[in-house]
Each structure stands twice: as structure tokens, then as C-alpha cells.
Design a protein around this ligand. Structure first.
Ligand code: ADP
Ligand code: MG
Length: 621
């Protein structure tokens, strides 16, 4: 041990650099944030060798005064905050005053700038252990250029951690992508080794924004995304952006962008809320895609949690969580075939205050500007619950016809309130009318756009499932006695379970008695599952319960259990349906939330338009 001494400024900065400068991408992030903080409208990024050799960033922001240039490179020097209170409502991306000092301690950095008031530009570099600032005249228009050469040239241990140029460049591109998603009004240009890689003009308006999204995330994303914009009056929260349809799920969580007041963040509260909103419609192990912007009073979020500012802390995380969950859950629930013609007045202007007193004002539309969905190519518009715009006298007759014919025991045949025609409107139902059944698996229907194909079992399964969830929530699962009680043999563990939780089974609509160590008798089953194989149904429910284990997990996993039951209640492949039954199924789909996906997240229907059919047969070419 030696005596205590002060670290040289360079060493202190190099230590600080350990936190914020990990690789070329982190340098680019800090420099881009500075340019945005300086009000830049156009940012040019030149990269050589993945950023290891050179990162040059030029902006047209307000620049730095000659007098301040040297200070900009020293540690704890910032123009963005003055006192502690400023931190509580900080609107700029930076505020720590560390980035330039850190970068210049581990690379050769030159900062050139000119403000509007100056008639000449100046350049500054920091040299040696004491990081002495050296100023020299330069040529530069208004704005700032930062040049960073030979990253980690003086810290070989860190340099060893760098990956190949291509890998470093990919990280760097991702950083630019994120910032380009955060500021649609700013132009971003990126060059790598003299080749133009990205050129993004500033955009305004929804469609232009979606074009930028398409060029950053791919056209497939925007084709299969829904736009949303929801504000909660009381709490001042606003969530807007785009979420991918459940059928556009990904094997990786690689298209998840969440911005809080313009800053990209990763946050457990947010991730959990989004996952929960998708829980019911996503194939297990798949990840949703989204680009979402949360706006809230800066005083409600602490951004000074992590040196790279990738994390935030919400002062009221419960409120934020519930707002995100409820908003997305609602939007996802409304993804069902709807009328192709939007009647703006039919959209709910204000959704009543929710349980926690939030007044939601949703405005949700399809992203593709009126179409472009691979599933159905039919815009998925928000319409008032229960006010499906599909009516007309022909429909009315048809619906009346099968409403009268239905067999009460079959959920398939239960007439649905929302599908009932409304007087006055003249519109065909979105999914049209059934014309045939294909190989006992698919329903073919004709609608205005062309041909609709429905996976009968998948669609019906979702309908039964949604009804069961509602019935469960309202404690209205009715049971029906079996004509002949069914006796089944199970494991002792399963028999114990059935005996221990009679109230659970009763609430689910079952009446089960234990007859022996491993024998049960099923006396009653849920009405909606009266046609199912009772023995198999009860066995599956018990198997699920055994997997869920503790009674608390059962409550948490009730949806999984209901999904299992719904599967038994849904029409099987190869069952012949009458045209009337098929039409009832189509109407039910239109009226059921989340009906675009089956319980496992697979699509339930698709549309082949006349144009697509014509193309198949080369008609009109
Ligand atoms: P911070 O961004 O946290 O303030 P930095 O070390 O990144 O700290 O930058 C230090 C200061 O240099 C900033 O506060 C700002 O005043 C100035 N600065 C840096 N980059 C730019 C730029 N591109 N345009 C104008 N001023 C800049
Ligand atoms: Mg900064």
C-alpha cells in the first residue's frame, strides 16, 4: 500500500469511462444525445472500421461558445442542470456532464463548434494526464462536430473486449435506430467506410412516421401493427405508438422499443405490463413487437438511476403498470374482424372511468393506413362495443333464421347480442356469409372483399374460451347434470385434489364425487361443455390442476385451465356444420374479443381478396 493521493484527471475520467463507454455504440449514443439536446435537426454520422478507428458526428445544433469549449471536455461540466431541483424534472437526455470527458480520456477526441453569434469556429482537444485543453481556430458552419479516433488506444485491456468490426457496427446501427425512433423530426444519415448505410429524412404525420418505422424495422412490422394513442386524463399519462399483432410475434424480444419522455429505456414494470397484456394471445415462448411512447410529467419519473440512463424509476409504478396493461389489453381485445368502413362517430370518444378512476380516451386505428394486414387485409378498427356496424335486411333475416334454430346446449348456436342487426345501417358483415365447409376443417365464406377462410376449431375454441372467462369472472358457470353419471379412474393425487377443492369444481360447473382411492364419479358438467367427452374433460382439468400445484397458482392459472376446457367444448374437425351453424360462427367471431387468434396465438381466419384471387388466375393481365 502506498500513501493516499489524488488520481490524475485522466485516470479519474478513464475510470468513469468504464461505466459509460463500453464500445463504439456507446460513444455514438452519447454524442447523438448531445446533438439532440443541442436542438439539431440533422445529424450526420461517419464511421470507419465499425467505429473502432473513427466516429465522426456532425450536427446543426446551437453549438458551443468558444469560452465554453474547454469546459465541455472536463468532468462534471454541463450546461443542462444547475441545481438539484433541475434533476427532478430534467427534459434533456444528458445531465451528468461526463460523456465528453470520459470519451476523450480513452480515445483521441476533437470537438469543433460554432454558435450562431460567432463568426469563426474553434476546435478543442484534451491532452496528457492533466487533460490540458488545447484550443485552435477551425472552419465549421453553425453546429458541432465531434471526432473520436482510435477508441481505447490507451486502454488495451478494454480494447480486447471489442468484437469484430461488423459486430460493433451492428450495435452502433441499433443505437442510431433507437434514437431515430425517438425523434421523427430529425434527419439521420449514417455512413460506414464511405458507404451510405442509412438516410432518414425528417418526417411529419402518421403515414410518414410509419414509413420511417418500415425502413427501420421492416415493412412486415408496420403491415402487422396497430397504431394507438391513449391518454388518461386524471393522471396525465399518454401512451402512443404501434404494437404488433399477436400473429406477428417473434422468437426473440428484438423488436421492443419503449420510450419514456423520449428516452429509450428497459424497465421491469413496463416489460411485465406488456407481457401481461399479450399473455392470452401469444404462443408460448414468443415475444411481441412494439414501438411505444409513454409520456408523463417528468417529475413522476427518476432518470438518474443508472450512468447510461437506460433505466428509470417511476414514482408511481403501480399506476404506470396498470395504465400500460389496461391500454394494451383493450387494444388487443379489440383485434377482431370489423367493418371495413369506419364510422368515426361509432368509435368510443371516452371509455368510462376504470376501476382505478382513469378516464381513457382511446383512438386506435390500423397502421397500414386502411389495410395492409396480412391477416385478412381487413382494417381492424375500433368500434363501440356491441355496435358492430354489420347490418342490412338480408343479414337480419339470416340472423333471425339461425337465432331461431339454435340448440341451447351448444355455445356455437347461442345468439350473440352484438351480432344482432341494428336498424338503419346498410352493411354486410365483415366476415360475410358461409358458402361451404372444406374437408371438415375450414369454413369458406364470401364477403365484400372476396373469400374468407376460417379455421373452424381454432375460431370456435377462442369464442368458447372468451365466454368461459366472462362466465368465470361473473361466477356464472352453470352446470348441467349428465344423463348417466360417468365413473373415471384417476391417480390418488388427482382424486385428493377433486375432494379437497369442491368449491373450485362447483364454480367451474362440475359436480364430482370421490368413490374410492382412485375413482371419481362425474355427475354434472358445465352447460357449455355438455357435449364434450366428460371423462376426458375431467381428466384434463385434473391434470392441469396437478401441474399448477398450490391453490394460489390455480387462481393465477385459471385462464390456462379455462383454455383447456374450451378446447373440449370447441367443435372438432370433421364435424359437419350446416350453413346456418357456420354463419353463427362467423357472427360470433365478429362479436368476440381477441377472435383473430386461437387460444394458442395462431390465426383463426384469413382473407383472400378478389384481387389476390384474380392474380392467382392471371385475370386482367
Ligand atoms: P452532458 O450531456 O451530460 O451535459 P457531456 O459531457 O455529454 O455532458 O457534454 C458536456 C456539455 O457540452 C453539454 O452540457 C453541452 O453544453 C456541451 N455539448 C456537448 N455536445 C454538444 C453538441 N453537439 N452541441 C452543443 N453543445 C454540446
Ligand atoms: Mg451528454
Amino acid at each position: 500500500m502506498t500513501r493516499i493521493h489524488l488520481l490524475s484527471p485522466q485516470l479519474a475520467n478513464q475510470i468513469a469511462a468504464g461505466e459509460v463507454v463500453e464500445r463504439p455504440a456507446s460513444v455514438v449514443k452519447e454524442l447523438l444525445e448531445n446533438s439532440l439536446d443541442a436542438g439539431a435537426r440533422k445529424i450526420d454520422v461517419d464511421i470507419e472500421n465499425g467505429g473502432i478507428k473513427l466516429i465522426r458526428l456532425r450536427d446543426d445544433g446551437f453549438g458551443i461558445d468558444k469560452e465554453d469549449l474547454a469546459l465541455a471536455l472536463s468532468r462534471h461540466a454541463t450546461s443542462k442542470i444547475l441545481q438539484l431541483q433541475d434533476l427532478e424534472a430534467v427534459a434533456s437526455l444528458g445531465f451528468r456532464g461526463e460523456a465528453l470527458a470520459s470519451i476523450s480520456s480513452v480515445a483521441r477526441l476533437a470537438l469543433t463548434s460554432r454558435t450562431a453569434e460567432q463568426d469563426a469556429a474553434w476546435q478543442v482537444r484534451a491532452e496528457g494526464r492533466d487533460m490540458e485543453a488545447v484550443l485552435s481556430p477551425a472552419a465549421h458552419p453553425q453546429g458541432t462536430t465531434v471526432e473520436v479516433r482510435d477508441l481505447f488506444f490507451n486502454t488495451p485491456a478494454r480494447r480486447k473486449f471489442l468484437k469484430t468490426e461488423q459486430t460493433e457496427f451492428r450495435h452502433l446501427e441499433e443505437v442510431i435506430k433507437r434514437l431515430a425512433l425517438s425523434r421523427f423530426d430529425v434527419a439521420f444519415n449514417l455512413q460506414h467506410n464511405g458507404r451510405r448505410v442509412q438516410q432518414l429524412r425528417p418526417v411529419d404525420g402518421e403515414q410518414a412516421r410509419e414509413r420511417r418505422l418500415a425502413s427501420l424495422l421492416g415493412a412486415a412490422f408496420i403491415d402487422q401493427a396497430v397504431h394507438l394513442d391513449v391518454s388518461a386524463e386524471a393522471s396525465g399519462l399518454r401512451l402512443w405508438g404501434w404494437i404488433g399483432l399477436p400473429t406477428y410475434s417473434r422468437s426473440q424480444a428484438d423488436q421492443q422499443y419503449f420510450f419514456v419522455n423520449g428516452r429509450i429505456i428497459r424497465d421491469k414494470v413496463v416489460t411485465h405490463a406488456v407481457r401481461q397484456a399479450y399473455a392470452d394471445v401469444l404462443f408460448s415462448g414468443r415475444h411481441p413487437a412494439f414501438v411505444l411512447y409513454l409520456e408523463l410529467d417528468p417529475a413522476l419519473v427518476d432518470v438518474n438511476v443508472h450512468p447510461t440512463k437506460h433505466e428509470v424509476r417511476f414514482r408511481e409504478s403501480r399506476l404506470v403498470h396498470d395504465f400500460i396493461f389496461r391500454t394494451l389489453h383493450r387494444v388487443i381485445a379489440d383485434l377482431r374482424p370489423k367493418s371495413a368502413v369506419v364510422d368515426e362517430s361509432a368509435a368510443p370518444a371516452v371509455e368510462g372511468p376504470g376501476a382505478d378512476g382513469l378516464a381513457l380516451r382511446p383512438s386506435v386505428g390500423s397502421a397500414g393506413g386502411g389495410g395492409g394486414f396480412s391477416q385478412g387485409r381487413m382494417p381492424l378498427y375500433q368500434s363501440a362495443p356491441g355496435s358492430g356496424g354489420y347490418t342490412g335486411s338480408a343479414v337480419r333475416e339470416q340472423i333471425a333464421a339461425y337465432a331461431g334454430l339454435h340448440e341451447p346446449a351448444s355455445p356455437l348456436m347461442r345468439p350473440q347480442q352484438p351480432a344482432m342487426p341494428q336498424a338503419g345501417a346498410e352493411q354486410a358483415p365483415p366476415l360475410g356469409y358461409a358458402i361451404a365447409q372444406l374437408h371438415g376443417v375450414y369454413v369458406l365464406a364470401q364477403n365484400e372483399a372476396g373469400l374468407v377462410l376460417v379455421d373452424m376449431h381454432a375460431a370456435h375454441e377462442r369464442i368458447v374460451y372468451e365466454r368461459m372467462k366472462t362466465a368465470w369472472d361473473e361466477d356464472k358457470m352453470r352446470s348441467q347434470p349428465l344423463l348417466v353419471p360417468v365413473s373415471i379412474s384417476v391417480s390418488e393425487r388427482e382424486a385428493d385434489l377433486a375432494e379437497e377443492r369442491p368449491e373450485l369444481f362447483e364454480r367451474l360447473g362440475f359436480k364430482i364425487e370421490r368413490m374410492g382411492a382412485d375413482t371419481l364419479t362425474v355427475r354434472e358438467v358445465p352447460v357449455s361443455l355438455a357435449k364434450a367427452d366428460a371423462a376426458q374433460l375431467v381428466r384434463d382439468v385434473l391434470a392441469d390442476l396437478v401441474v399448477f400445484g398450490s391453490s394460489q397458482r390455480i387462481e393465477q392459472s385459471i385462464n390456462e385451465l379455462l383454455a383447456t376446457m374450451a378446447c373440449h367444448g370447441a367443435v372438432r374437425a370433421n364435424r359437419q356444420l350446416s350453413i346456418t351453424e357456420m354463419n353463427a360462427l362467423l357472427r360470433d367471431m365478429e362479436a368476440t374479443e381477441r377472435s383473430g387468434q386461437c387460444n394458442h396465438g395462431r390465426p383463426t381466419w384469413t382473407q383472400l381478396s378478389m384481387a389476390e384471387l384474380d392474380k392467382l388466375f392471371m385475370r386482367g393481365q
